[in-house]
Ligand binder design. Structure first.
Ligand SMILES: O=P(O)(O)OC[C@H]1O[C@H](OP(=O)(O)OP(=O)(O)O)[C@H](O)[C@@H]1O
Ligand SMILES: NC(=O)CC[C@H](N)C(=O)O
Ligand SMILES: [Mg+2]
Length: 509
């Protein structure tokens, strides 16, 4: 689930892009990049690592210009090689750079078409490089030296008619500006805002509103599904719906886990949806677990804290932060590879014994995906002296792969795949396990925006909103991207040279 930002400003944008990326870091910890335009020339810095490690003062000084885009990456296609860090760039037509959050489901066909129809070569295994080339090919169909807003929108419409999957993206075009667009189902989030300056209005796009807040931009609204917003280099804003059919099916998992609680997505406060999740789950616990003598509610930091606090209030029980989170360890779920994820849980969380000793504890998490966290946490609670360890998950059983930008390609790696609650409970070693129902989860989120009639819920129910996913497809991505296949590919990649700024680090350092 990557994070993207873009600014068309009236003064240098490097610092604001950097600050925006730091508050989107929770969406991608593997790589970061910023590209700006100054004097009709791109300046790019991208590398593997966290924002604070990728950009040093010398890089920031070189990222000059009043317009730029940035990206933090959590890979869902290709590899985690720094050659696949974003933004991507093509030199024709005009010079275009792109930052993309999401995942295309017809990337293979598009890559083939790019070669046969446009003689375009895609050098990496990233779907985002394909998306950029599809857009570039559409732009190149016009023989104009400068594209008008209607030409830009016509190209985005063509892209939307060819590309399938989840994408919230922005393209920055030399001599033009930034065009931001969102897939016709609005699966991935994208919002924009403005800031008034003495020299005129500045515009900013972001995956989440938190980056607009941090940079002092006032939210205008979310980009609508299938809509494109084009802001020219001199700050003129144009918008148009670029899809024949568009519906709003935002990803439910953004609210459960991905987004920050202080963001709003499609007019829904993420925090409010999490509190609602706590209310619903608390009520279910009251209904179904009257026999369990719970002493205390303990969250599994960090994402579940708001949910657990509300559960404690519904159950009228004390809420205690029994686990301390090491603030220097990132999110474990979006780390690459199961070994690293597993090791990181204990590095990240440590129990305070006195909150557990002799007590019946209710541990609350937002979700159980591979079961990496829950199995170890139950063990830690027991080691800390808990009498009985009960476990509640604010999301229902995660049973199906995700194909729209969450790296869960393999059903077999999901702890709930093909299993019922009792069985899952046994494998995490708890004395009782309760899941939120899907209806309750949907209601908890929809309560904040009743206009949304359907969410993207595939990881829970196997229904994929784009309608192009069948078992053959799922088998293929499983084969390509399961943990074992990924580690073989990563090793192969590490022995090959990259095309972009290979070794630039060692020269600069
Ligand atoms: O069942 P699993 O495969 O372990 O995945 C689910 C866990 O991973 C996430 O936490 P993470 O550490 O990524 O981030 P957080 O600090 O925001 O909770 C999520 O909040 C769950 O705790
Ligand atoms: N998480 C994402 O949005 C990933 C974007 C893109 N598919 C990549 O792998 O780089
Ligand atoms: Mg967590």
């Amino acid at each position: 689930m990557c994070g993207i930002v873009g600014i068309v400003g009236t003064s240098p944008v490097n610092q604001a892009l950097y600050d925006g990326l730091t508050v989107l870091q929770h969406r991608g910890q593997d790589a970061a990049g910023i590209i700006t335009i100054d004097n009709n020339t791109f300046s790019l810095r991208k590398a593997n690592g966290l924002v604070k490690d990728v950009f040093h003062t010398r890089h920031m000084k070189r990222l000059q210009g009043n317009i730029g885009i940035g990206h933090v990456r959590y890979p869902t296609a290709g590899t985690s090689s720094s050659a696949e860090a974003q933004p991507f760039y093509v030199n024709s037509p005009f010079g275009i750079a792109m930052a993309h959050n999401g995942n295309l489901t017809n990337a293979e066909q598009l890559k083939e078409q790019l070669f046969t129809e446009a003689r375009r070569h895609v050098n990496t295994t990233s779907d985002s490089e394909i998306l950029l080339n599809i857009l570039a090919h559409e732009f190149s169909k016009s023989d104009k030296l400068h594209l008008a807003p209607e030409d830009i929108f016509a190209a985005v419409s063509e892209v939307n008619s060819k590309v399938v999957g989840g994408y919230a993206t922005m393209a920055m075009i030399i001599g033009h500006g930034i065009v931001a667009f969102r897939d016709p189902h609005g699966i991935r989030p994208l919002i924009f805002g403005k800031r008034e300056t003495e020299k005129g209005t500045e515009y900013m796009f972001s995956s989440e509103s938190v980056a607009l807040d941090t940079d002092g931009f006032e939210v205008i609204r979310d980009v609508a599904p299938g809509e494109a917003i084009y802001v020219t280099e001199d700050g003129q804003l144009y918008s148009q719906l670029c899809a024949d059919k568009s519906v709003q099916n935002p990803c439910l998992f953004e609210f459960v886990y991905f987004a920050r609680p202080d963001s709003t997505i499609d007019n829904m406060s993420v925090y409010a949806t999490r509190v609602n999740m706590g209310t619903k789950l608390g009520e279910k616990i009251n209904r179904e677990w009257a026999d369990k003598d719970i002493d205390v509610v303990i969250p599994i930091p960090e994402t579940s804290c708001d949910i657990a606090l509300e559960i404690a209030s519904v159950l009228d029980l004390p809420y205690r932060q029994g686990f301390v989170k090491n603030r220097y360890i990132g999110r474990t779920f979006i780390m690459p590879g199961q070994e690293l994820r597993k090791k990181s849980v204990r590095r990240k969380l440590n129990a305070i014994d006195r909150e557990f000793k002799g007590k019946n504890v209710l541990l609350v998490d937002d979700s159980i995906v591979r079961g990496t966290t829950s199995a170890q946490i139950v063990e830690m609670a027991r080691e800390a002296g808990a009498k009985n360890v009960y476990f509640a998950s604010a999301a229902p059983e995660v049973r199906f792969p995700n194909v729209y930008g969450i790296d869960m390609p393999s059903a077999a790696e999901l702890i709930a795949h093909g299993r019922e609650v009792e069985d899952i409970n046994a494998s995490i070693g708890a004395d009782g396990l309760i899941y939120q129902s899907l209806d309750d989860l949907v209601a908890a989120v929809a309560q904040e925006n009743p206009e949304i009639s359907r969410f993207e819920t595939s990881v829970f129910d196997g229904n994929y909103v784009t309608g192009d996913i069948n078992q053959d497809y799922l088998n293929r991505i499983d084969e390509l991207r399961n943990d074992a296949a990924k580690s073989v590919r990563e090793q192969a990649m590490s022995s090959s040279l990259e095309l972009h700024n290979q070794d630039s680090d060692s020269q600069d350092d």
